[in-house]
Design a protein around this ligand. Structure first.
Ligand SMILES: Cc1ncc(C[n+]2csc(CCOP(=O)(O)OP(=O)(O)O)c2C)c(N)n1
Length: 564
């Protein structure tokens, strides 16, 4: 008897699912729509990919982003045509600028319905092109396999970034040759296909390092993205060079170690950490764009004050903001490893007590404020209490507003790798709640916590339902002050306290949480902060702690220095 002939074709929707699987995708975050029905039918038949239904596409994007940040794998989100595409866009923009591979698939109206005033029709190609690393609109189902291969290659090689594919309704039902459905699975994680630096520049950099007296590293997100923490540690030890980081660079070095300076710049840096930047005669930027926040608008380091070695995988970065003495283009791990090799057994012994003294001065001020029994509760007390309670492996996601600068400055990351992050590229409010959900799916074995202002909470509250439906043991912390505090602080320091349109009403976020089915707690008295947080963190279900906090414009912290 003849064997049954194996089906040689798949539908477009089935091919999409198979291409995702072939790249190692296990989780997709997204929301349904009319144009997505064939795709959802294919998801329904697949047992290997878990679909997480979200309550809006913006948060699907942020979930994919949080997932990618903690796993080193591509995060995937999806949504329908029209509003689904415009709503998913913020997640792609943040991921792209933060060098995080996030793939969004928006379904679309049928190819045959184009240019007929069809409901939800919009030009997804033009919409996404300036905001993603790579994007495409499919016209034929036969193009699905190579389009997905290209998207993964673009996202995970060179400087990682986001990609977008529009998948028209009829393309989801057309035929795809099964033989064309294959992938290089290594492109599902980043960085893929690492690029080594030019030996000529490695030698130049090594020479500059040997001749320097006070070298300093300023590390951006690229060190953790590349997994270059141990190479960085080896080189910094060799040179007795302090290591400062950007916010995204937290996790490049164990912040308890003698070489670690902490965060520098206008959002989390302090005068003490800035002084260390100003003293350096050689600054080695690693995986860092030397942007406005890190350098306090290119004043620290001051142009010309220090020699510069700039390591980045993107050739456009070195030289963009500073006159660079040696550009080292390549993967951070390979660049640092090449420098370690070029320097051989070179050692510089240097008294690093000035780093510890700077940290003592910075944390001395902080500890005093953190011990304050004042009401409303001081932000420092929130940071200290939460940091002390968190396990060192926990994932902490901070929103802009009070959380990002305070936690960046004073939450000491113990160990290396991505344990703390914030959406530093665009700093859009309302990121952390969803990003924490994504991060939980990436690392479900550790505790995940999101900290946000009440302005941020207002932009993301709907996803509490997702956390409840999926029984996610995440703790959400709301720093409540009934004000867009960061902006009010700017009006205080820069505009003579001419406050305008920055105050809003008081919300009981614990009650809102309870209405969603989340365990809600409200903290007003400093003495109840620690026990309440402890209880919330220990629950194996979603919890939210609403902390009535001192508004940022009234806080004693160096807000003026933080306003870029
Ligand atoms: C989507 C978006 N809109 C506006 C801003 C500008 N912005 C930056 S910080 C901030 C205030 C944040 O308020 P809140 O979340 O309540 O935190 P707080 O500063 O009061 O701690 C605003 C409006 C932004 N970052 N993102």
């Amino acid at each position: 008897m003849n064997k049954p002939v194996e089906m040689a074709t798949l539908t477009g929707a089935e091919a999409v699912v198979e291409m995702l699987k072939a790249h190692g995708v296990e989780v997709i975050f997204g929301l349904c729509g009319d144009t997505s029905l064939p795709l959802y039918d294919a998801f329904c038949s697949s047992k290997d990919i878990r679909h997480i239904l979200t309550r809006d596409e913006r948060h699907a994007g942020y979930m994919a982003d949080g997932y990618a940040r903690v796993t080193g794998k591509v995060g995937v989100c999806e949504g329908p045509s029209g509003g689904g595409a415009t709503y998913i866009l913020p997640g792609l923009v943040e991921a792209n600028e933060s060098s995080i591979p996030v793939l969004a698939v928006n379904t679309d109206i049928a190819v045959g319905s184009r240019n007929k005033f069809t409901l939800t029709e919009l030009d997804q190609r033009a919409l996404m092109a300036p905001l993603t690393k790579w994007n495409a609109v499919l016209d034929r189902s036969a193009d699905i396999p190579r389009t997905f291969r290209k998207a993964f290659e673009e996202m995970t090689t060179g400087r990682p970034g986001s990609a977008h594919i529009a998948l028209p309704f009829d393309v989801q039902s057309g035929p795809v040759d099964r033989a064309d459905v294959y992938a290089d699975p290594t492109l599902g994680a980043f960085p893929a296909r690492r690029v080594a630096p030019d030996a000529f520049y490695v030698e130049l950099a090594a020479k500059l390092i040997r001749n320097s007296k006070n070298p300093l590293f300023v590390c951006g997100g690229g060190v953790v993205l590349s997994g270059a923490e141990s190479e960085l540690g080896e080189l910094a030890e060799k040179l007795s060079a302090p290591v400062a980081t950007t916010i995204s660079g937290k996790g490049s070095i164990d912040e308890r170690c003698a070489l670690s300076v902490g965060v520098v710049g206008s959002n989390g840096g302090t005068p003490e950490t800035r002084a260390i930047v100003d003293e350096a005669d050689l600054v080695i930027f690693v995986g860092c764009r030397a942007g406005s926040v890190t350098t306090e608008r290119w004043r620290h380091p001051a142009p010309g004050a220090a020699r510069i070695i700039h390591i980045d995988v993107d050739p456009a970065v070195p030289g963009a903001n500073y006159k660079v003495d040696v550009p080292l283009v390549g993967d951070a791990r390979l660049c640092l490893s090449a420098l370690n090799e070029a320097l051989g057994d070179f050692r510089r012994l240097r008294d690093l007590s000035f780093v510890q003294e700077a940290k003592n001065a910075k944390f001395g001020k902080f500890e005093k404020l953190a011990a304050s029994n004042d009401t409303p509760i001081k932000p420092e007390r929130v940071v200290k209490t939460l940091s002390d309670l968190l396990d060192k492996d926990a994932t902490l996601v901070a929103d802009p507003g009070t959380p990002c600068p305070y936690f960046s400055a004073y939450h000491v990351v113990r160990g290396t790798g991505r344990r703390y992050f914030s959406n530093r590229a665009h700093g859009a409010l309302g990121y952390s709640l969803a990003a924490a959900i994504g991060a939980h799916f990436g690392r479900p074995s550790v505790k995940t916590v999101a900290v946000m202002g009440d302005g941020s909470f207002g932009m993301c509250a709907g996803e509490l339902e997702t956390a409840v439906r999926l029984k996610l043991p995440i703790t959400f912390v709301v720093v409540s002050n009934a004000v867009y505090g960061w902006i009010k602080a700017g009006q205080k320091t820069g505009y003579g306290q001419r406050y305008f349109s920055v105050d809003f009403g008081v919300t009981d976020h614990a009650k809102v949480a309870e209405a969603f089915g989340v365990r809600g707690f409200r903290v007003v008295e400093p003495s109840t902060l620690e026990p309440t947080l402890r209880t919330a963190l220990s629950l194996g279900e979603p919890s939210l702690v609403d902390i009535v906090c001192q508004p940022l414009h009234e806080a004693r912290a160096p807000v003026s220095e933080w306003v870029a």
